[in-house]
Design a protein around this ligand. Structure first.
Ligand code: URA
Length: 220
């Protein structure tokens, strides 16, 4: 499906009720950041904080993502961040591949057609499987370039929620792997879009930015 503008796409997305996941969520979540960015980050699906605010990756995983992005000189206002799934599954369970495909074929595909990023970072297994193939494994396939169905180069890395569950040496190893994966993605992005700045002087406060959306969603 194509839309006249990215704003129109978002307007339609935020009123989507096409599948049962919508029933247990406050509402669909859309994107944050810059729709003109050459770099897109695709997560899994909203957690509790994201469901409240209506935007992806602003809760604990999002805060860890921000730190990781800072280490490679990227701020969230200069990338386009979104999810495979737009509504929080009941009990915060991992969405099934079928749920992922149903939602993403409607919305993520339209977003990518509108944004046309030059590089995509897939965060975790659900994004990797949707963008690459259902038999792919994050442990084996992260850190390697692949071409998405959009013909856009992509690289997968561990989801921040996975890092939040690790401790000790495993955590240190995984953090370095994420750092190198992000570094590769940023290097390719700067090669393909050398004039685009991926870092702004003031990192955005996303919770502040989407405060009004949260209040509106609460009031419904
Ligand atoms: N995890 C994701 O993949 N996306 C979110 O928006 C929040 C947590």
């Amino acid at each position: 499906m194509t839309f006249d503008s990215h704003a129109k796409l978002e307007q339609n997305l935020l009123t989507c009720a096409l599948c049962p996941l919508r029933q247990h969520a406050i509402g669909p979540t859309s994107y944050n950041g810059c729709p003109e960015s050459p770099l897109a980050i695709v997560g899994e699906g909203p957690g509790g904080v994201e469901d409240e605010y209506g935007v992806p990756l602003v809760g604990p995983s999002g805060q860890l993502l921000d730190k990781a992005l800072t280490s490679v000189k990227v701020t969230r206002d200069r990338v386009y961040t979104t999810n495979v799934i737009k509504c929080r599954p009941k009990g915060n369970r991992t969405p099934t591949i079928e749920e992922g495909c149903f939602c993403a074929e409607k919305w993520l595909d339209a977003e990518m057609a509108s944004v046309k990023p030059k590089v995509i970072i897939a965060l975790g297994s659900v994004a990797l499987k949707y963008l690459y193939g259902p038999d792919k494994r994050i442990t084996k396939d992260r850190g390697q370039w692949f071409t998405t169905k959009y013909q856009i180069p992509a690289i997968a890395t561990y989801h921040p929620a996975y890092l939040l569950r690790l401790t000790g040496k495993e955590l240190i190893r995984a953090k370095w792997e994420v750092f190198y994966d992000l570094q590769k993605a940023v290097a390719k992005c700067l090669e393909l879009a050398p004039d685009f700045s991926l870092q702004s002087a003031e990192p955005p406060n996303l919770l502040e930015q989407y405060k009004t959306r949260r209040e509106t969603r609460r009031a419904k």
